[in-house]
Design a protein around this ligand. Structure first.
Ligand SMILES: C[S@@+](CC[C@H](N)C(=O)[O-])C[C@H]1O[C@@H](n2cnc3c(N)ncnc32)[C@H](O)[C@@H]1O
Length: 269
């Protein structure tokens, strides 16, 4: 397989060094209303924009476009300077469970276009200098623009070289938090989509068990019923607390769910 590793601008072994100021993450607010995330939807619904059916657009593309235009999280992400509406999922999860702390070393799997990496970098202080600075190492096979303080790999996480490459940028080769929002493009076939997303979640769990510091945390996108069977057993075996959450920013009609596992216990590496 072609090695598409794209480390920071000067090559894969050097961390990104640009340090411009990042936007401070805020919960999405309907402008001027002082409302918070969960309340955004109802106000925006009254302002719904209808998209005319264009000749070359399919009904489903039209529906997607209409939903996108009317999505308050999309508007908020533009206003707040985030790369994706997904940023609010991590904000909502972390505001509630306080996983990301200043100085933490974070791995972000499936990071493009970079919303989660922006939030993680801000919360751990990845763009700061000094001993208190955190670290964020992100990977995606899709290219995305640099983020201050974040090391970016343009590479398939399932590539056998990926784990070592990611670890090589972390202090002591260990992470405090592993995030995974990885999702393969959906096929529309629910069963296939479920199997693919759970396969990625399984690979992420295995990597988390290999790289996490004792006490570390793992957050991953899962699907429908959440982690079940062997995956859930694996998580319970390695983490003190395992929860499933559906943050308000995750669309109600989407089968996606997040697993949050905290208190990593090392059994054997
Ligand atoms: C929902 S998006 C992530 C959004 C991101 N968390 C954000 O906040 O901007 C899912 C990402 O997973 C990536 N992905 C899926 N499978 C992957 C793999 N095997 N290796 C690397 N990235 C992968 C996709 O390319 C896609 O960019």
């Amino acid at each position: 397989m072609k090695n598409t590793t794209k480390g920071p601008s000067k090559g894969p072994s050097k961390p990104h060094t640009a340090r411009p100021k990042t936007a401070k993450p805020k919960a999405p607010k309907a402008k001027g209303s002082g409302m918070v995330a969960g309340q955004v939807g109802s106000a925006q619904r009254q302002l719904k924009v209808r998209v005319k059916h264009a000749h070359k657009r399919s009904v489903s593309s039209n529906r997607w476009l209409e939903r996108h235009i009317n999505d308050p999280y999309v508007a908020a992400s533009k206003r707040d300077g985030f790369r994706s509406r997904a940023a609010y999922k991590l904000i909502e999860i972390d505001d509630k469970y306080r996983v990301l702390k200043r100085g933490h070393r974070v791995i972000d799997l499936g990071a493009a276009p970079g919303g989660w990496a922006q939030i993680a970098a801000e919360r751990v202080g990845a763009a700061e200098s000094g001993s208190n600075a955190g670290q964020v190492v992100a990977i995606d096979y899709l290219q995305f623009d640099p983020i201050p303080g974040v090391v970016i790999y343009e590479l398939d996480f399932l590539d056998p070289t990926a784990p070592e490459k990611l670890k090589s940028h972390l202090r002591d080769g260990r992470a405090d938090v592993v995030l995974s929002d990885m999702a393969a493009p959906t096929t529309g076939h629910t069963r296939t989509d479920h199997i693919r997303i759970m396969g990625l979640a399984e690979a992420a769990i295995e990597f988390a068990c290999e790289v996490l510091e004792p006490g570390g945390a793992f957050i991953s996108k899962v699907f429908q019923g959440g982690t079940e069977g062997e995956l859930l057993n694996l998580l319970k075996q390695h983490f003190a607390v395992v929860r499933h959450v559906k943050p308000p920013a995750s669309r109600a009609e989407s089968a996606e769910l997040y697993v949050i596992a905290t208190g990593f216990r090392v059994t054997k590496r």
